[in-house]
Design a protein around this ligand. Structure first.
Ligand SMILES: Cc1cc2nc3c(=O)[nH]c(=O)nc-3n(C[C@H](O)[C@H](O)[C@H](O)COP(=O)(O)OP(=O)(O)OC[C@H]3O[C@@H](n4cnc5c(N)ncnc54)[C@H](O)[C@@H]3O)c2cc1C
Length: 429
């Protein structure tokens, strides 16, 4: 059968799905491409939903991956408002929630992740928000825009802190309740994590770490406060819940695919079922450098791995080995992080620049090799950081910390130019 007679179905209508369709066409696939998307919108990107779009600084058009006409120009069909409900790999069929049964030749699961819901009593009161979709962002923006709501953010992770920044942007009084002792310390360590806490306090956020949150309390169906385990109630008109996301693996698990904190795939995005692939937040993809699968909930992964998965399905030989990358913007702080979170646990943190001024590059160095790097309010260095990580060369930490020395010249004197592969490593970060 020529490929023009084939049907590739993509389940999920997010960034990874849109990029996969692009990758299929880039690779010359000329058959039918159908994206089955549960949401009512064509694919869009999520990072602006907690940043510029939430702050009213970006147009709605700016969040969409492709302009509307791109899909017709590339013969990519998008069935919005259509959830897939069952997958039968042996029959090569996908059933939609309305009962329609679709045949596919190859299928990509790009179902993403869903926000972890607040399960304690009060989680469904009016005024309680989760932040995942365009609609969530628009509803929250409406609640924040007047600038007079007492906003309480549950969770001091990336989404919680970005939402706090947006809420302060409108002038709302904001309290952030974090479980850990120091912001983001599980990812960045105490010293670098604290930079974010200091940033928020400096911008008027009442940041309360080491807190344990219980029920949300309310009156007449509206939230009025957040109960702490100390018995204190933190008053709230708006509560934003940012306590993590869970991969949407149900379809895959029900179909008997191998699932373990994500759909397991090889480095070419092939799942345990023939002709079924997975990519993006939902997938745990074998990483050739680490020697084990990792699941990455970040924009760059959906963006780049999405294209790669589409190309793989269209016949390209792929072994996806990009270095994980993500970014954040909060108040006047912009940051990019590249590296292997799995490898930073026992790494030495080396700072180049001024931590207190929030203008620095942090490196995580394990066995004299850079395994991760993060630039904060320092720009045009992330490519060099990635080169250091990828090369695996031995570095001199003194030279690494010295702003006067080019990042490409921080190799230890005794190091050979021979690249040394990183890992395989132990547990996943
Ligand atoms: C508010 C917010 C801010 C973020 N900011 C950053 C950032 O600053 N930097 C960064 O690196 N990353 C950020 N991220 C993470 C990034 O957006 C995700 O990694 C990315 O969206 C993953 O893309 P995806 O296509 O894999 O999944 P998703 O974007 O989750 O898309 C999956 C889609 O599949 C649909 N779907 C699920 N099940 C089905 C089904 N059965 N049938 C049909 N459709 C289905 C879902 O409704 C959803 O629309 C942010 C995420 C959020 C929510």
């Amino acid at each position: 059968m020529s490929t023009s007679d084939q049907v590739f179905v993509i389940v999920g209508g997010g960034l990874a799905a849109a990029r996969a369709a692009q990758g299929m066409r880039d690779e010359g696939f000329d058959g039918r491409i159908l994206i089955v998307a549960a949401e009512d919108h064509r694919p869009y990107i999520r990072p602006p939903l907690s940043k510029e779009y939430l702050q009213g600084a970006a147009d709605r058009d700016a969040v969409f991956v492709h302009p509307d006409e791109w899909y017709s120009e590339h013969r990519v069909e998008v069935a919005t408002g259509q959830a897939a409900s069952a997958l039968a790999p042996a029959d090569h069929t996908l059933t939609l929630a309305d009962g329609e049964v679709l045949h596919y030749d190859k299928l990509l699961l790009a179902t993403g992740a869903a926000p972890r819901r607040y399960r304690s009593p009060g989680g469904d009161l009016a005024g309680v928000f989760h932040l995942r979709t365009l609609d969530d962002s628009e509803r929250l923006r409406e609640a924040l825009a007047a600038g007079s709501s007492r906003v309480v953010i549950v969770g001091a992770g990336w989404i919680g802190l970005e939402a706090a920044s947006a809420a302060r942007h409108y002038g709302n009084p904001v309290t952030v309740l974090g479980r850990e002792s120091i912001t983001l310390n599980l990812i960045l360590g105490d010293e670098v994590g604290a930079v974010f806490g200091d940033l928020h306090r400096a911008n008027g956020v009442d940041l309360r770490m080491s807190t344990s949150v219980g029920d949300l309390v309310g009156e007449d169906g509206r939230v009025t406060g957040v109960l702490l385990d100390t018995g204190e109630v933190v008053p709230a008109d708006v509560v934003v819940v940012g306590i993590g996301a869970i991969p949407n693996t149900g379809l895959a698990a029900d179909a008997g695919l191998e699932v373990d904190n994500g759909i397991i795939t090889d480095a070419a995005f092939r799942t345990s079922a023939a002709d079924v692939y997975a990519v993006g937040d939902v997938a745990r993809v074998f990483h050739p450098v680490l020697g084990h699968p990792i699941r990455i909930e970040h924009w760059a992964n959906a963006e780049n791995a999405g294209v790669a998965a589409g190309r793989s399905m269209a016949g390209a030989v792929i072994s996806y080995d990009e270095i994980p990358y993500f970014y954040t913007d909060q108040f006047d702080l912009g940051m990019e992080y590249s590296g292997y979170a799995d490898l930073v646990t026992d790494a030495e943190v080396v700072i180049r620049g001024d931590l207190a001024a929030r203008r620095f590059v942090a490196f995580w160095v394990a066995d004299s090799r850079v395994v991760a790097g993060m630039n904060v309010n320092v720009w045009d260095v992330n490519d060099a950081v990635q080169r250091l990580i990828r090369s695996g060369v031995l570095v001199d930490v003194g030279r690494l910390a010295d702003e006067g020395i080019e990042l490409d010249s921080v190799t230890a004197d005794h190091a050979s130019a021979e690249p040394v592969s990183v890992g395989p490593a132990g547990g996943e970060g």
